[in-house]
Write a protein that binds this ligand. Sequence first.
Ligand SMILES: Nc1nc2c(ncn2[C@@H]2O[C@H](COP(=O)(O)OP(=O)(O)OP(=O)(O)O)[C@@H](O)[C@H]2O)c(=O)[nH]1
Length: 353
Amino acid sequence: MFKALKEKLFSARKKLEKTIEETAPEPSNTPEPVSKALPHSEPVPEKSPALEPEKKTPVGFTEKIVSFVRDREFIISEKDISDILDELEMGLLESDVAFSVTEEILSRIKKDLSGSKRKIGTSVDSIVKNALADALLGVLGEGVDICAFIREHERPVKILFTGVNGTGKTTSIAKVTRFLQNNGFSVVLGAGDTFRAGAIEQIDVHGERLGVKVIQHQEGSDPTAVLFDTVEYARAHKIDVVLGDTAGRFHNRANLMNQLAKIRRVIKPDLIVYVDEAVAGNDAVIRAEEFSKSVGMDAIMLTKVDMDPKGGAAISIAHAVGKPLLFIGTGQGYDDVRAFNPRLVVEDLLGDT
Ligand SMILES: Nc1nc2c(ncn2[C@@H]2O[C@H](COP(=O)(O)OP(=O)(O)OP(=O)(O)O)[C@@H](O)[C@H]2O)c(=O)[nH]1
């Protein structure tokens, strides 16, 4: 996953490590700390080998020397790393990371690294890796534990899917059904995309294969009525989760908004999940922002992440829209779905290639 992005991050990481290593004084030239050299000076308290939180920019020469001589530390200056950060900026943009997200990542890395004091002997790779990891986690957010969410809500939990047609919405509903079944939840499906020809048959086939009931009306019927019946069915049969398909497109945007407003009013969904495809890159992010502003959503599912080496949409979308990325689709099979876990993704992105 995200091979190209991983390579860019790896290259920036190694260059940052090398630069920081080179700005550190040679151990053999390291003078004795002031506390040892001058017996009457104040004892210098032992500090953690990690980066000091205290930041001072710009870093003056005198400050560098004082810090170095007294504390056997050296300070990483913004100048030391600026060329590499410029290169990383280009790399992120080329990987389809949204501009605002790229800027956020760089500003977090700069804030973390520049002006910070590094104790001589501290491992450079952990300093750099931590700075990159914190910056990426900062834009990816905390994520959502969907199983905990379901357990904490009154049953049936109602999750509706919407988004652009052709991006894999129906397959995604089927995959999430399998994911929830694997986690011990029962599911009923509502064929609420009554607008697109063939959508009802498509979800019906998935339901049959997965062994779950699909509530359906005729093509062109009122989606709110279909979803209302689905919720009633779930209540009557003590089913944990309703997964409702809804149309991603209507005759016009106002029509779509009115439909979703009606569904919201009547069904009161717990989550509206917007589905788009990672391969659309920055376009997926722009579409999601527009959809969020005009129609509204609570969470995002990105499909076809397996086909997207760039990874920009997956990195950017949650931060750009301000909603969590809930699931990623990683293939065409029912099991090719993962709950999006920002920590695991960052670990993967910063793993040695
Ligand atoms: N490689 C890959 N293919 C996917 C993924 N999700 C869906 N697909 C494929 O994308 C194609 C379209 O998916 P469908 O679920 O049929 O969705 P759709 O026809 O676009 O229609 P909507 O349901 O309206 O979005 C199918 O061939 C799916 O197998 C994914 O995560 N990875």
